[in-house]
Design a protein around this ligand. Structure first.
Ligand SMILES: O=C(O)CCC(=O)C(=O)O
Ligand SMILES: [Fe+2]
Length: 968
C-alpha cells in the first residue's frame, strides 16, 4: 500500500543551533582608573576579552554581543527580579529548592544591605548616598575606548540594558534577537562577575540557554564575590566556568598534524620547535589520514577560495601559534586537514554567498523571521548571515582528526635510551647551571655504568628540548619496580588535603612534603594560595621517587607539591612557578603517574607594542603530553618566559584513549632555598627578609600589606617574561606565610562546658575555625571585614545563631518561638553555672573538672539537687518529643542541619526549644547534661530528658565537641 506521506530525510529542515559571546558592561565606570566601580582583577582581563572577542568572531563560532548598562531608575533587589551577589563571606552552596534559582535568604534586611552596597550600581534606594554610575550620557556609561575600538560595526551586536540582567523582564530584546539567530549556547564574560554577569547568567539559565562563564574574562572588585557568583551559578544553573584558553582552543582552526618525528608514540605528540625544518618524506609514523577521495578533493575555505587538501605527507608546523593581535586570519592558513563532512554543501562557494543554503539548513521561513526580529533590535545589529553547517561541525571533525593524526599508531624512537642510574647527558646549551649539592645525597657520576636490569621498552627516553631548550620530557623515568603500583601507593600513603585559593577550593587535592631537618626546620615554597596543607616528611614512595629523579636533575631537591587530579575536571590554571623561594639555576621536576594529561606551555604575553610599525607579536604554544611514569624537567629559562597549565579535559570517556582515562598524580619537586623553623614562626633564606638563620624573623600571617605586595610581585612574575626584575621584586624578601582569607579564631577559656557548647555550635552550623593564638576568656573572632568579636560562651552562641544559624531569620519566626529560644538558652546557661558551682563546692564534677570521685552521700545530695534543677527540662523534653511525634505523623522528617550526618536517619531530632533544628539552647544544655551523666550516671535524667540526651549524642557534631578542641 503506498504511504500517504513520503518522508525524504534531506527535505527535513535541520535547524543549526548557534553560539554567542555575551560581553557585559565593559564601560568606563567599570574599567577606567577614575571609574566609579573600577575593576582591577583579574590582571589582563580586558586584553584577554578583546582577544577572545576577535577570535570568536573571526572563527565564525557565533556572534559577539556587547551589552552595556545605563542607569534608568532604581532597581529593587527584592522580589523575583534582578539578583546580584554582594556577600563578602563564603556563601555556602545551597541545595536549589526553587527551579527559579532564587537565593533562599532575602529578608527586607538583606535587601536593604544589598541595595546599599556600592556595587549595586542600579539600585539607589530613597535617601541613599551613592556616586552615580553609568548615568546615560556620561563618560562613565560609554564603552571604554579599547572596547569601542574592538566593536565591529555592522557585524557585532550592541545592546543596552537598564537592569542588572540582560534578560530581565521588560528587556525581551536580547531574547528575541538570540531566538532569531538560533542561539542556544552562550559564553558570558565582562564586568562584574557578581553583578551583571551573575544576574544575566542566572536569567540565561532560566531561559534555557546552555551558559558557560569565561572565568578569566570576568572582571571583579572582590575575589570572594567573584567566587561566590561562579559557585552559585554552577549550583543553580549548572553553568561551568572555563578559561578563555579552552574556548580559544575550541574555536581555533584545527591543529596541524604532527610531522612524523620518529620518536616514541608519546614523544611524537610533543610540540617541538620544528617549524619548517621537517622533511616531507613519507614515514611509517605518519598518522592515518582520511581515505575518502571526496575529502581529499579541493575544498573551499570560508573566503570562497579553493584550496588543496594537504599532500599526504606535507610538512606542517608542529608548533601551534596564535597571533596576539593582528588582522583576521583566513581560516585555512593553519588548517591543512580540514575535512568537510558534507562536501556537497560547500562545493566551491563561500557559505556567505549561498542564501539558499540557509534555507536548506534552517528553512526559509525561520531564516526570514530571524531577520525581521533582528531588524527590530537596538544597536548596530546586522542581518544574520547564512551559515553553513560546515562551520558548526568543524570542532567535532577537528577533534576526530586531531585524535587520529596526533596519535600515530606506531613510531620508532631515534633517541638513545638513557641508561638507568646514569645521569642523562644534557645537550641543551642553556641548561641550568648545576648548583653543587649541599646535602649528603649521593649522585651518580655522569659516566657511571648503566644499570644491568633494563630492557629497551622500560629504559628512560628523553625528548628533544622544548620551549627555551632547557626543558625535556623523559618517559619511562622511574625504574619498572618503582613505577609499578606507585600511583596506588601514593593515593594511600599521602595525606591529601584541599587547598584554598581566594577563599575557594583549588580544583585538585594536594599534599606537601619536604626534607625536615633534625631541628625541625623545613623548606617553604610560597605561591598564590591562601592556605596550603602542612609540610610533612617525605613518605616512603615519594622518597624513592625523589631519589631516582635527582639522578635526572643533577641536583638535590628538598620539597615536593603532590597533586591529585581526580578526573579530567581537575586542573591547574596557567601560571609560571614562583621563583621567590626556588634555588636559582635548579630544575622544576614534574613527575606524572596515572592518567596521561597534557602540559600546555604558552609564552608569556609580550610587552606592549611601542610603535604601530612593529609586527604583531605572536604567542607560541607547546603541548607536552605527560604519560604515566614520565618526568617533565622544566628549566628556569622556560619557567621565566613560558606559562604552563594542565587544562581541564572534559571529553567523554569514550573520546579518550585508555591511558588518558582516570586520575593522575603529579609530584612537583623543587629545590627550595627559604626555610621555616619547626614552629613555623620564623623564616629565613633566599625569599625571606633575613637571609641567614641567625637573623630569622617572625612570619607574617593574614591579609597584610606585605601579603598584598607579595601577591602583586607573584602576579608580575606571571605576566612578565625575561623583563621580570628578580632582584628588585623579590630581592628584599617577604616574611609572609599564610595569607588570603583570614580565619575565624576561637579561643577557649577555663570553662570546659562553655568551650564544648561553642565547639558544638560551630560544628552544627558548619562554621570553620582555627584555634586562637591567645588563651584567655572564651572568645570568637569572625573573619568578616570588621572582624567581629564575641566574648564568653553565651555571647558567642547568640552571635553564631544570629550570623550563621536559624537566628538569621527571627523575622520569620513567631514571637513566641523567638521568646522560647532566648529563654531556653538563658536557662541552659544558668544551669551550667549552677552545675559548675556544685562542682566547686561539692567536688563532684561540675564543669568537667572533677573526676566524679565523691562519697555516696554527696552524690545522693547532688542527685536531689539535680532532680529539682532538671524538672523543668524534663517537661521541655516531653513537649519537644510530643511535637516531633505529631509532626512525624503528618510531615516528612526535617532535613538535617549542616553539621549533622546522622540525624535524619537515626536520631528523632527533637530539640529543647522546639523547632526543626538545634538552637543555642541545645548547644549550651547538652554538654551540661553530658557532664552530669558522666558524674552521676544516666539515672539522673528523667525519661524524656534521657531520650533527648541520647538522641542528641548521636549527632556527628557531638564527637567534635567531646574530643579535644580541633580546628576545622
Ligand atoms: O600537575 C602538574 O604536572 C603541574 C603542577 C604545577 O605546575 C605546579 O604545581 O606548579
Ligand atoms: Fe607549575
Amino acid at each position: 500500500m503506498p504511504s500517504t506521506f513520503t518522508i525524504t530525510p534531506s527535505m527535513i529542515p535541520v535547524v543549526q543551533t548557534r553560539k554567542a559571546l555575551l560581553i557585559l558592561d565593559l564601560q568606563n565606570d567599570f574599567l577606567s582608573a577614575d571609574g566609579v566601580l573600577q575593576t582591577d582583577e583579574p590582571e589582563g582581563c580586558l586584553a584577554r576579552t578583546l582577544e577572545l572577542a576577535k577570535a570568536f568572531r573571526d572563527s565564525g563560532a557565533g556572534d559577539v554581543i556587547w551589552v552595556r548598562s545605563e542607569f534608568e531608575c532604581h532597581r529593587s533587589l527584592a522580589g523575583d527580579g534582578d539578583q546580584i551577589i554582594t556577600a563578602d563571606g563564603f556563601l555556602r552552596p545551597h541545595r536549589a529548592t526553587s527551579t527559579r534559582g532564587r537565593q533562599p535568604t532575602s529578608s527586607a534586611h538583606d535587601t536593604g544591605l544589598m541595595e546599599a552596597d556600592e556595587e549595586a550600581f542600579l539600585s539607589i534606594p530613597a535617601g541613599a548616598d551613592k556616586t552615580p554610575c553609568v548615568r546615560k550620557g556620561t563618560r562613565g556609561a560609554a564603552f571604554a575606548p579599547a572596547v569601542q575600538a574592538a566593536v565591529v560595526a555592522g557585524r557585532d551586536i550592541v545592546v543596552t540594558k537598564s537592569h542588572y540582567s540582560a534578560f530581565a523582564s521588560g528587556q525581551q530584546q536580547l531574547v528575541q534577537l538570540l531566538r532569531g539567530r538560533f542561539v542556544t549556547q552562550l559564553y558570558v564574560c565582562g564586568a562584574l562577575t557578581n553583578i551583571s554577569i551573575y544576574a544575566t547568567a542566572l536569567d540565561a539559565g532560566r531561559h534555557g540557554y546552555e551558559t558557560t562563564l569565561v572565568e578569566d574574562c570576568c572582571a571583579y572588585r572582590r575575589g570572594m564575590r567573584h567566587l561566590n557568583a561562579l559557585r552559585q551559578l554552577n549550583q543553580l544553573t549548572g553553568s561551568e566556568a572555563i578559561h578563555s584558553d579552552s574556548l580559544l582552543d575550541a574555536i581555533r582552526p584545527p591543529a596541524a598534524p604532527s610531522r612524523p618525528t620518529g620518536l616514541s608514540p608519546c614523544l611524537a605528540k610533543l610540540g617541538m620547535d620544528m617549524v619548517g625544518s621537517g622533511s616531507p618524506e613519507a614515514s611509517p609514523a605518519a598518522g592515518p589520514r582520511s581515505t575518502s577521495t571526496k575529502r581529499a578533493s579541493p575544498q573551499p575555505d570560508r573566503g570562497g577560495r579553493k584550496r588543496l587538501a594537504p599532500p599526504r605527507h606535507a610538512p606542517v608546523p608542529v608548533e601551534q601559534t596564535r597571533p596576539e593581535v593582528g588582522p583576521a586570519r583566513p581560516s585555512n592558513d593553519t588548517a591543512p586537514l580540514e575535512i568537510d563532512p558534507e562536501p556537497s554543501l560547500s562545493d566551491g562557494e563561500s557559505p556567505e554567498k549561498r542564501p539558499e543554503e540557509a534555507q536548506r539548513t534552517a528553512g526559509a521561513a525561520t531564516a526570514e523571521r530571524g531577520e525581521l526580529l533582528l531588524a527590530s533590535a537596538k544597536g548596530p545589529a546586522q542581518a544574520p548571515r547564512a551559515r553553513s553547517t560546515k562551520t558548526e561541525q568543524q570542532p567535532r571533525i577537528r577533534n576526530q582528526i586531531r585524535q587520529r593524526v596526533l596519535r600515530p599508531s606506531s613510531a620508532k624512537t631515534p633517541e638513545t635510551p638513557i641508561p638507568r642510574a646514569a645521569k642523562p647527558t644534557r645537550t641543551q646549551s642553556n641548561a641550568p647551571m648545576h648548583t653543587p649539592s649541599t646535602t649528603a645525597q649521593p649522585h651518580p657520576e655522569p659516566d657511571s655504568p648503566p644499570s644491568m636490569a633494563t630492557n629497551d621498552a622500560a629504559a628512560p627516553v628523553c625528548s628533544a628540548p622544548l620551549c627555551e631548550g632547557d626543558t625535556t620530557v623523559i618517559t619511562n623515568v622511574l625504574t619498572p619496580g618503582l613505577a609499578a603500583g606507585a600511583f596506588e601507593r601514593l593515593l594511600d600513603e599521602v595525606s591529601w588535603a584541599g587547598m584554598s585559593h581566594m577563599g575557594g577550593e583549588v580544583p585538585r587535592r594536594i599534599a606537601v612534603q619536604g626534607a625536615i631537618a633534625d631541628d625541625g626546620s623545613m623548606p617553604v615554597y610560597r605561591h598564590p594560595a591562601d592556605e596550603s596543607p602542612p609540610l610533612l616528611p617525605f613518605s616512603p614512595t615519594v622518597l624513592q621517587i625523589k631519589e631516582e629523579i635527582e639522578t635526572h636533575l643533577g641536583h638535590p631537591v628538598n620539597h615536593v607539591l603532590i597533586q591529585h587530579y581526580r578526573s579530567g575536571s581537575d586542573y591547574i590554571s596557567e601560571h609560571s612557578d614562583k621563583t621567590l623561594d626556588i634555588a636559582p639555576g635548579s630544575f622544576i621536576a614534574n613527575v606524572s603517574l596515572g592518567a596521561e594529561r597534557t602540559m600546555v606551555f604558552r609564552t608569556k604575553r609580550p610587552p606592549q607594542k611601542t610603535t604601530d610599525d612593529d609586527p604583531p607579536a605572536a604567542r607560541r604554544t607547546h603541548r607536552a603530553p605527560l604519560p604515566h611514569n614520565s618526568l617533565c624537567r622544566m628549566g628556569p629559562a622556560t619557567n621565566t618566559r613560558w606559562l604552563h597549565a594542565i587544562r581541564p579535559d572534559r571529553r567523554a570517556a569514550r573520546d579518550k584513549t585508555p591511558p588518558e582515562q582516570g586520575a593522575r598524580v603529579s609530584l612537583t619537586f623543587r629545590r627550595i632555598a627559604t626555610f621555616l623553623d619547626a614552629g613555623q614562626s620564623r623564616i629565613w633564606g633566599q625569599g625571606a627578609t633575613a637571609k641567614t638563620r641567625a637573623r630569622a624573623r617572625p612570619v607574617v600571617n593574614g591579609q597584610t600589606d606585605d601579603a598584598v605586595a607579595m601577591l602583586r610581585a607573584f602576579g608580575r612574575e606571571n605576566h612578565t617574561g625575561s623583563g621580570f626584575d628578580w632582584a628588585r621584586e623579590y630581592g628584599p624578601g617577604f616574611d609572609v606565610l599564610h595569607m588570603g582569607v583570614p580565619k575565624r579564631f576561637c579561643a577557649g577559656s577555663a570553662d570546659a562546658l562553655g568551650n564544648a557548647a561553642v565547639v558544638l555550635a560551630l560544628a552544627e552550623l558548619g562554621v570553620g575555625w582555627a584555634r586562637g593564638s591567645v588563651d584567655g576568656p572564651g572568645r570568637f573572632e569572625d573573619n568578616d571585614v570588621g572582624r567581629a568579636v564575641a566574648h564568653g560562651a553565651g555571647a558567642v552562641l547568640r552571635y553564631l545563631d544570629a550570623v550563621y544559624g536559624p537566628g538569621r531569620r527571627y523575622d520569620q519566626m513567631l514571637p513566641r518561638e523567638v521568646a522560647r529560644r532566648f529563654a531556653r538558652l538563658q536557662q541552659a546557661l544558668d544551669l551550667r553555672g549552677e552545675w559548675r558551682r556544685v562542682g566547686e563546692v561539692g567536688a563532684v564534677g561540675g564543669g568537667g573538672g572533677g573526676d566524679g570521685a565523691s562519697t555516696e552521700s554527696e552524690t545522693a545530695a547532688v542527685r536531689q539537687l539535680l532532680a529539682t534543677a532538671l524538672a523543668d527540662w524534663e517537661g521541655y523534653a516531653r513537649d519537644a518529643a510530643a511535637a516531633v511525634a505529631v509532626s512525624a505523623s503528618t510531615e516528612p522528617a526535617p532535613a538535617p542541619a549542616a553539621g549533622d550526618t546522622t540525624a535524619a536517619t537515626s536520631a528523632p531530632g527533637f530539640y529543647i526549644a522546639g523547632g526543626s533544628q538545634p538552637s543555642p539552647a541545645d548547644f549550651a544544655l547538652w554538654p551540661v547534661l553530658h557532664d552530669m551523666v558522666r558524674v552521676c550516671g544516666d539515672g539522673v535524667l528523667g525519661a524524656h530528658l534521657g531520650q533527648y540526651y541520647a538522641a542528641f549524642k548521636q549527632r556527628s557534631s557531638v564527637a567534635k565537641a567531646l574530643g579535644p578542641p580541633t580546628e576545622e
